[in-house]
Design a protein. Structure first.
Length: 253
């Protein structure tokens, strides 16, 4: 039956940055589909852990700052020590820094690139090696952005990082598809999260954004539930290197 191909029973998913917002919503959706979760966060993911465990799934709480990629191999080993396997990786952890390009600092450039792009590649590399060792294939889902397609304003390092995420998603798919590894990305549109609180609080900016979105509203974490489960499941086994926009029609305008 077709719905069986969306089930994730017995699978283990690593989700970075899942203490709040989009990451929490995606972790919850994967658990609802049957997966056990490894959460990698800087902060205590208490609420996320409670939601996952309430669904009858397991939650492994790992703490790390992924701006330093030296922790990644250890995180994968900890996940394997508990669950014995990894099947899904969602590279969600990320930050944004806002400043005019003419004044943008090297630190704000490096901080964003290191977390949003560098850690995405090296976490994917570490997990892909495990998938190959397991001989089972696996799923990697990167979180891109509308700024993977557009330039934006006052977010030069974020735009560079998310454009890079789309590019390396294609690159990794090209190299790893032969191993049964599907690498794809989700590009959320304007979502009601901590990162966009300032935009939503600005009445003029908020109105101009809503006017551009055909759906007429900001997205919410649950809007990513279906896409992330699809890309994590056998239902997407012939999709490689693609970035799915979840944007209420923003790019169609």
């Amino acid at each position: 039956m077709i719905l069986d191909t969306f089930q994730l029973d017995g699978r283990v998913a690593i989700v970075t940055g899942c203490d709040t917002g989009l990451g929490q919503g995606m972790a919850r959706a994967l658990a609802q589909a049957g997966a056990d979760i490894v959460g990698v966060n800087v902060s205590d993911p208490k609420e996320t852990r409670e939601q996952i465990e309430a669904l009858g799934r397991k939650f492994l709480d790992l703490r790390a700052n992924l701006s330093d990629i030296s922790c990644i191999e250890g995180l994968v080993k900890e996940a394997l020590a508990v669950y014995g396997r990894v099947d899904i990786l969602v590279n969600n952890a990320g930050i944004i820094r806002r400043e005019d390009a003419i004044k943008f600092s090297e630190k704000d450039w490096d901080d964003v690139i290191d977390l949003n792009l560098k850690s995405t590649f090296f976490f994917s590399q570490a997990v892909a090696r495990q998938y190959i060792a397991q001989g089972t294939g696996g799923k990697i889902i990167n979180i891109a952005s509308m700024l993977s397609y557009q330039g934006g304003v006052r977010v030069p390092s974020y735009t560079a990082s998310k454009s890079g995420v789309m590019g390396i998603t294609r690159l990794m798919a090209n190299e790893w598809a032969a191993h049964g590894i599907n690498v794809n990305a989700i590009a959320p549109g304007y979502m009601a999260t901590n990162n966009t609180a300032a935009l939503r609080a600005d009445e003029q900016r908020n109105a101009s954004i809503l006017e551009r979105i055909p759906a007429g509203r900001w997205g919410i974490p649950d809007d990513l539930a279906g896409p992330v489960v699809f890309l994590a499941s056998p239902a997407s086994s012939y999709i490689n290197g693609y970035t799915v926009a979840v944007d209420g029609g923003w790019l169609a305008r």
